[in-house]
Design a protein around this ligand. Structure first.
Ligand code: SF4
Length: 427
């Protein structure tokens, strides 16, 4: 921050003029069309006609914000660049925790902000050398120390030209220059974000009281802006968070072909990832094309395949990763051998009657195996030895994959392998 202390005495206009002149097209204004963002936009438009402006469309914005995008386009002739979250991230988030997870806890809300705001912002910022935002120091305690100009670890400038402005100064500028104002201010809003997470404030409440209003004693930030010292940082630090959230352990799915090992393991993977866990899945089919390429289907080769998967799981778990193995692994003795070698080993038996597997099997492999056409087909023409004492048994002829994941999750919790609180993100 010391390098930029000279900007503390500079006016908002001078700082913007410097940024536009220094960074050109690599400078942009980030705005959600609140009053401060509009003031910056208005100031910058008086300096240059070619400024870049971008906004995040979280998918949960109020209609009035879209109207503001159009207003800016018409009034200033600026094509607002709209940044969206990654589709896959949002689909996973909603599939696992429902569309309104943010009401259940602060971590759940931060997870939503991470997917819908922080990651898209980071992606967009990679294309710039400097960006401006409308933060002010007197908006909240978490903003009290923000510098006017700062740099992040990537060397990118974050510019808060209104850092030392009061709310009255903002109002006065808007009135003097007839700056367009977001319509929700007229309904008592003092800070505007996503529709489900923002409400009007009551007289006497702080400016940001309407943001995530159901949270008590939480920092009312979305993770985009500040570290406690006011420097540019992400609030959610996945790596640090992960260390506290789980130990390294192995979940070993065993069961016949088509029983549902891959489906359930992927669902479990997604759920763990939603909590910030580091997870790797070793799927039997994929492993056979890489790690175990060339191995056949004799007992020796099948055992060797299981030992190799076990070796990788052991390495991963030792380094704090959740290793998920999904492999038929038909022989009990080699499974037990792997279990004996790996600490924190959770065996999941994915059970399903052969007749159900045959009915499900669109490729007709079970039918052909039952007709004697396929040798060494596990469970039909080759042995499958069910575990005698698995930590979890799921039966996919009677349970949905989601129910199976719940059972496994409960076992992991009971075993003390998950150290995070499940309730916040429960759907
Ligand atoms: S403000 Fe609410 S809806 Fe918007 S990203 Fe954050 S938690 Fe999700």
């Amino acid at each position: 921050m010391d390098n930029f202390s000279r900007f503390e005495a500079a006016s908002a206009s001078d700082i913007l003029a410097w940024a536009i002149d220094t960074f050109g097209d690599s400078f942009a204004i980030a705005t959600s069309f609140q009053k401060e963002g509009m003031v910056i936009l208005d100031l910058a438009s008086r300096i240059s006609a070619g400024i870049r402006v971008f906004t995040l469309d979280t998918g949960r914005l109020p209609d009035e914000t879209y109207r503001m995008m159009e207003t800016v386009r018409q009034r200033y002739g600026i094509p607002v660049e709209v940044v969206f979250p990654e589709r896959d991230d949002v689909e996973e988030l909603v599939a696992f925790h429902g569309p309104n997870l943010f009401y259940s806890s602060v971590p759940a809300r931060q997870r939503c902000c991470d997917v819908r705001k922080v990651r898209p912002l980071e992606r967009k910022l990679e294309t710039f050398k400097a960006w401006a935002t409308g933060l002010r120091r007197d908006q909240s305690e978490t903003r009290a120390a923000i510098p006017k100009v700062d740099s992040d670890p990537a060397g990118r400038m974050k510019i808060c030209p209104l850092a030392d402005w009061s709310a009255d100064q903002v109002e006065e500028y808007i009135a003097r220059h007839d700056v367009p104002v977001h319509p929700l201010y007229a309904s008592g809003y003092t800070s505007i974000g996503c529709a489900p997470c923002t409400r009007a404030v009551q007289p006497g409440e702080s400016e940001r009281a309407g943001r995530w209003w159901w949270e008590q004693d939480a920092k009312k930030e979305c993770g985009i802006h500040f570290a406690p010292d006011g420097s540019v940082a992400r609030d959610i630090a996945p790596e640090a968070e992960t260390k506290e959230m789980h130990k390294g352990f192995t979940v070993w799915f065993t069961g016949m072909s088509g029983a549902g090992k891959s489906t359930i393991s992927r669902l479990l993977e997604l759920k763990l990832r939603q909590f910030g866990a580091r997870v790797e899945v070793l799927d039997g089919d994929v492993v056979r094309t890489h790690l175990s390429k060339g191995l056949g289907f004799s007992k020796e080769d099948r055992d060797e395949n299981v030992r190799r998967i076990g070796f990788v799981c052991e390495l991963l778990a030792r380094n704090g990763v959740v290793a998920i193995a999904a492999a038929i692994s038909p022989y009990r003795d080699v499974r037990d051998e792997v279990r004996a070698r790996i600490p924190n080993f959770v065996e999941v038996f994915v059970e399903c009657p052969v007749e159900v597997l045959a009915a499900r099997d669109v490729k007709g492999l079970y039918r052909r195996a039952l007709a004697g056409e396929i040798p060494q087909f596990t469970g039909v023409s080759d042995p499958y030895e069910p575990p005698r004492a698995p930590e979890v048994t799921v039966n996919t002829s009677r349970e949905t994959p989601e129910e199976s994941v719940e059972k496994i999750w409960a076992t992991l919790e009971r075993s003390g392998l998950l150290s995070f609180d499940r309730s916040p993100l429960a759907h």
